[in-house]
Design a binder for this molecule. Sequence first.
Ligand code: GMT
Length: 379
Amino acid sequence: MDRRSLRIGITCYPTYGGSGVVATELGMALARRGHSIHFITYDRPFRLDGLAENPYFHEVEVSNYPLFKYPPYLISLANKLAEVAEYEQLDLLHVHYAIPHATAAYLAREMLSERPVKVVTTLHGTDITLLGSDPSFRRVIEFSLNQSDGITAVSRHLAAATERTFALKRPVRTIYNFVDPQIYRRWSSEEYCQRNSQRQGVPVIVHISNFRPVKQIETVIRVFALVVQQVPAQLWLIGDGPDSAVAHEVVRELGLEQRVCFLGKQGSVVPYLSQADLFLLPSRQESFGLAALEAMACEVPVVAARVGGLPEVVTDGESGYLLEPGDVAGMALRAVQLLTDRTLNRRMALSARERAVRDFGADQQVAQYEDFYAEVLQT
Ligand code: GMT
């Protein structure tokens, strides 16, 4: 496949969340591989390296004219995409998350009749599984996807769900999310002890998310409450979001204040994952589960819900255990097993790392995006 150096605009949600992380890591990897990358977002993506010139960052400013009850971000974004694409002579716009990014990219492309730009949309999850069935978005998502020159999804499950939900003109290509195995690796105790450590010498369970209802944070705490009846352990909750108050309330109600640490949003999760014995992800829906993959790369076995794309990431019985969503007792049982049987834990930890490196390494997935770009540019 011809891999000439490309000029690519990337749009994503720059806040704490898997789709923004994937878009940022992809952009930085593409820049290292010689492409010119232009992030076009309302804030600097939180993981974007501020030292390098390439990737470049273009901020979308939204006009707050007094007449607007709802400032029209879609219009400002489309305008900025067209402006940057024209000035920087972009070959393609790669937008992450359908709403409103695919629509904005379509508008921008229509404005650029003189030097056409291709549009690739990557679907991440709730843009299809929740918003796709919302009548106030459905038609515009379907229209915008059909206007994209290429569509990718982060798991086979999400690709199939998208094709079931919408009447699409072209198939959805699966390109899995990825980790850089050099960065996501288990640090030694010498390395992580240089950071503040919350560790109290007991097994540690970690959960990382944006604390939205779909993540079932209450289930995380209820599973943990059953675990500590048998094993003295700690729960580290990393991230923040709408269900943070619920989480604090349940922890108080169950009297777990001494055992649960709320660590908030962390730039790097590797020092925490390096001390973890188990990662818990009981989500109601998960198109991929990037946080689970990051844990696996750091040699942490996963106990998760058997939903969405998680079975494509976590091999049940090898890199962790998958249970029915809401099966609090079952998840607690598996967690206790993994915290008490050190041989089992180590075996699964190593198999999790092996799988993460073998099947979800950054190099191979980024190369798949490059190949996909080349295909789209030929159309
Ligand atoms: O769709 C979302 O909920 C938002 C998105 C995000 O920005 O965090 O999460 C999705 O994208 C991640 C990256 O591709 C996936 O790892 C998550 O599984 C997925 N979340 C859900 O499907 C709930």
